[in-house]
Ligand binder design. Structure first.
Ligand SMILES: Nc1ncnc2c1ncn2[C@@H]1O[C@H](COP(=O)(O)OP(=O)(O)OP(=O)(O)O)[C@@H](O)[C@H]1O
Length: 263
């Protein structure tokens, strides 16, 4: 098993007695790509803020491995629009050297924009810039909050592909929030379906069959995912011939959802 980066043990967050994150258990290892999905207001951002140490848990524990370097990509780049700011200057604000900044920009495919103004970047370019800023710290754990927001569908696929490549290259762990279910299903090792508590979790191909997932997202979404990630009831040998009697496995971890109603 690869190195353990972060452990969440019964993490609970309440705001004014309103339960937003309910007893979440989670482990992140080096090399993992874990995606958190769930309806609006489900507590996804609050949960990753707890991992980042930006939100104190009301109870439970977040344990990070020693000297863990975290790279964080927020939902959107919030900048004072009247302040002139080039990509180069934005990157140099990290305190890293110019060659390091340039290398990170190259990695995310926006090396050619070094002298451009950050205010004039397209949605996809901004997300790639934010990713470069996170990467320049050489993170062990990369945390992304809806990284593909404002990016068109082709750009989204490219961005998820890039995230996978970066995981391979940096050998980091990745935890991200996403609403783009189809892309998530294609690009993720493990999905956590959050609705205050973890409704279900597991391999993307399997959770679409989970009753808790269907209850949270509705049968239409679950059906389209099941078709997209259809189960083979057989496998092929090296010559491509069908081998009978091999079935796909179902490996979701399902926690009962008795504590509240799903929407
Ligand atoms: N600092 C805060 N004080 C009070 N309530 C908060 C605070 N931060 C978040 N909340 C509430 O907690 C709930 C969960 O918010 P959160 O941003 O974690 O949801 P989310 O799953 O990320 O939603 P979305 O998909 O819409 O981004 C929301 O009802 C939100 O209003």
């Amino acid at each position: 098993m690869s190195e353990l980066l972060a452990t969440l043990n019964q993490v609970t967050v309440e705001f004014d007695d309103r339960l937003v994150v309910d007893r979440v258990n989670l482990t992140v290892h080096r090399g993992d790509i874990i995606t958190i999905i769930g309806p609006n207001g489900a507590g996804k951002t609050t949960l990753i803020r707890a991992i980042l140490g930006l939100q104190k848990a009301s109870s439970g524990e977040v344990t990070l491995s020693r000297k863990l370097m975290i790279g964080y990509v927020p939902q959107q780049l919030a900048l004072e629009s009247t302040l002139p700011l080039s990509v180069k200057r934005f990157m140099m604000l990290t305190g890293r050297t110019l060659p390091e900044c340039q290398a990170a920009l190259q990695k995310t495919g926006v090396g050619h924009l070094l002298d451009a103004s950050v205010h004039h970047l397209s949605g996809g370019e901004k997300q790639r810039l934010l990713l470069a800023r996170a990467l320049v710290r050489k993170p062990d754990l990369l945390v992304l909050d809806e990284p593909a927001q404002g990016v068109d569908i082709n750009g989204q696929a490219a961005l998820y592909e890039l995230i996978r490549q970066l995981r391979d290259e940096l050998n980091c762990g990745i935890i991200m929030i996403s609403h783009d279910l189809h892309l998530v299903m294609a690009a993720t090792d493990k999905v956590i379906c959050l609705n205050q508590h973890i409704c279900c979790s597991g391999h993307p191909a399997d959770i679409s069959h989970d009753p808790a997932f269907i209850e949270t997202f509705g049968p239409r979404v679950a059906e389209s995912l099941a078709v997209y990630h259809h189960h083979h009831n057989h496998r092929h040998d090296l010559h491509g011939d069908v081998v009978e009697g091999e079935t796909g496995s179902s490996v979701t971890d399902h926690q009962e959802c008795s504590s509240h109603a799903h929407h």
